[in-house]
Design a protein around this ligand. Sequence first.
Ligand code: NAP
Length: 429
Amino acid sequence: MDLEIGLLGCGTVGAGVVSLVRRRADKVAQMTGLRPKIKSILVRDLNKDRGVVFEHEQLTGRPEDVLQDDGIQIVIETIGGIEPAKTYILEALRRNKHVVTANKDLIAIHGPEILRVAEENHVSVLFEAAVGGAIPLVGPLKENLTANEVTDLKGIINGTTNFILSEMTSRDIDFEEALTMAQELGYAEADPSSDVDGLDAARKLVILSSIAFQTEVHLTDVRVEGIRHVRSKDVRYADELGYVIKLLAVGRDHGGELTLSVRPTLIPKVHPLAHVSDAYNALYVRGDAAGDLMFFGRGAGSMPTASAVVGDVIALVRNLKLGYVASSPQGTLSVKPVVDREDERYKYYFRLLAHDQPGVFARVAQLFGEAHASMETVLQKRVQSGCAEIVIVTHDISSAKSRYLVDQLQNLPQLHSVECVMPVEPVTE
Ligand SMILES: NC(=O)c1ccc[n+]([C@@H]2O[C@H](COP(=O)([O-])OP(=O)(O)OC[C@H]3O[C@@H](n4cnc5c(N)ncnc54)[C@H](OP(=O)(O)O)[C@@H]3O)[C@@H](O)[C@H]2O)c1
């Protein structure tokens, strides 16, 4: 018996979904007695070449052909963005259709509302593809690790910035050149701001944290800093000091209080996350029973993302066969405040541009000493006539102290500028 599916959008991910559903239809039919079949596909341009040959699937420009077709039981949304995706998903749920979506923007911002409407209508919303592409993250956090109190999430969850930072490292090129390469290879969009300014990673962190810490988390809770100010010299100095720079998303549960951040971070070369290069993604999870786990793989692309979408579809088909509706994947058990913990301690990397005068370094050292911020490593480099660069890695200091130091350094007449400040991830904790 056919199980009819409607697909909203048929771009990079949607075209992969069409191919993979066809490829797996027989297997699913053998497993469940239900053969998934995409019936209608909503697009804007009916004549566009999509790199996929349509067989029985009907392309349409009318959303009602998908949403108001009573035969369709599952709607897959791969349009992206907030509207019209949100309106279509809510209508599908209200018409008692199960929904699978790859839309991180929508789930990060409107996830609670969408899950509530699904629950009210006794249908499921699954969104494994919204974070980490092919890598199973939502499922393990929601199901397999549910016996744990998860205390830490640390991830490289934006492939574009990881590609850019990897190219800056391996080719010794600056941010702009690496960004152009990423755009030419299709890893970055024409407007790359959502990726390079950290927003995309922040949205994914919101989704992962809501599930892992079982609370409602909002985008405004995340302290976000992108990678535009990271220069190739930071990458070189980090290398000299034994680190690589990654855009790290971190969610931490400090006994009921959460801290959430996305920011460029120095990672020791011996840390497993240091080896996650190119457009790959990885998530490091710490649970009180499981200990440390790391998930790694392709975080984007047509077939890797389709793998997660179609995995959700097959889970739904199985559930439909059993007459079972999956519970809300984001069951909120408690309210955990998200705070900016001034006492959170890290080592910090400072790159300072100083006037090349006698006594400058002594003055900088005095300032750190007065703030009780001891220095672990110092590099001094002459960069251009009249200016010298000072790179300092501190021992552990609080985030409040790192901010205090920046304020004080900016007021130092001998200093031209504070060029870059980044936290340093510990090897192990
Ligand atoms: N690309 C990835 O690697 C990746 C990875 C993980 C998650 N995702 C998520 O997956 C979703 C889809 O991404 P994508 O890269 O596949 O996007 P895409 O290539 O831009 O495809 C979007 C599709 O939606 C259709 N569409 C857009 N606006 C529409 C509208 N108003 N009405 C009807 N159809 C509309 C487009 O139709 P036309 O083709 O006719 O223009 C196109 O087929 C996004 O939420 C994205 O964040 C993507």
